[in-house]
Design a protein around this ligand. Structure first.
Ligand code: SF4
Length: 258
């Protein structure tokens, strides 16, 4: 298990755009929150950490470790975690192994439907560096290039003990107010959209108004909009050429944009 091993250099800036018309409210931080707001936030984190719904959706071979994790021997329900069939009611998205490019599209669509706060766990080497599919033309290599990922579980495949350990670590992080990777999607949406466009083409779009949500949540930042959101708005001819030029050597094997 590793704790955010791949994202430290792209963590979101903690500042937000100033409030006002069209920019939403600044995200409250420890300095600006009142004492009552901090108490209520801490209480909410404490409760949230003990009542988590996992989206009932699996990819790759790591999914076979979930039945023993859920059922009697390890029994994840005793720590307040249970499966949920709809993304809008789910808190946790488990990526249980490799993702084909087609599946990645569905994962992104599901992720964007989930309400914040939301948490992503990557199972196995395939989500960290491509694993045994690192040289495949049809799979993605690093999950955190496309959606923010809170924790990874190393191994091929990770055992239920490791899955249970990372779930307990996630509970600890939520309780301590540290599980905030989901905010990165709003603060650096242009980065994630750019990587998605390179795989799927400039026509790639989802029904979710991510920029509007960023303003609503107060996480609109300098990285929310940029060249990729502009290309999307303009029709994306340049991005389509870029996708061909860089696929797959850059898009699938390393960091595309810091
Ligand atoms: S890490 Fe191993 S077990 Fe997990 S999806 Fe990849 S090949 Fe399968």
């Amino acid at each position: 298990m590793t704790d955010k091993p791949l994202k430290s250099h792209v963590r979101p800036p903690q500042d937000t755009m100033p409030g006002g018309a069209g920019q939403g409210c600044p995200a409250p931080d420890a300095q600006t929150r009142s004492i009552w707001r901090r108490i209520m936030d801490d209480f909410a984190d404490h409760c949230r950490a003990r009542s988590l719904f996992v989206l009932h959706y699996c990819t790759g071979c790591g999914a076979i470790e979930l039945p023993p994790t859920i059922t009697s021997r390890f029994d994840m329900e005793r720590v307040g975690i249970t499966p949920m069939v709809t993304p809008r009611q789910a808190d946790i998205l488990l990526i249980t192994g490799y993702l084909s490019l087609k599946t990645l599209k569905r994962v992104i669509l599901s992720y964007e439907q989930m309400q914040g706060p939301k948490y992503v766990l990557g199972f196995g080497s395939c989500t960290i560096n491509g694993g045994m599919y690192w040289n495949s033309y049809a799979t993605m290599k690093r999950l955190d290039q496309y959606i923010p990922t809170d924790l990874f579980i190393a191994g091929c495949m990770p055992r239920p003990e490791a899955v249970q350990q990372v779930l307990l670590k996630l509970i600890e992080d939520i309780d301590a107010g540290r599980a905030n990777a989901w905010q990165d999607y709003y603060r650096n949406y242009d980065f994630y959209l750019g990587n998605q466009q390179r795989l799927f083409g400039a026509g790639w779009n989802t029904p979710t108004d991510v920029i509007g949500e960023a303003r609503h949540y107060g996480y609109y930042g300098p990285g929310t909009e940029g060249e990729h959101t502009r290309l999307l708005a303009e029709g994306g001819g340049s991005a389509a050429r870029l996708a061909h030029a860089e696929y797959p050597s850059t898009a699938l094997t390393g960091r595309i944009k810091s």
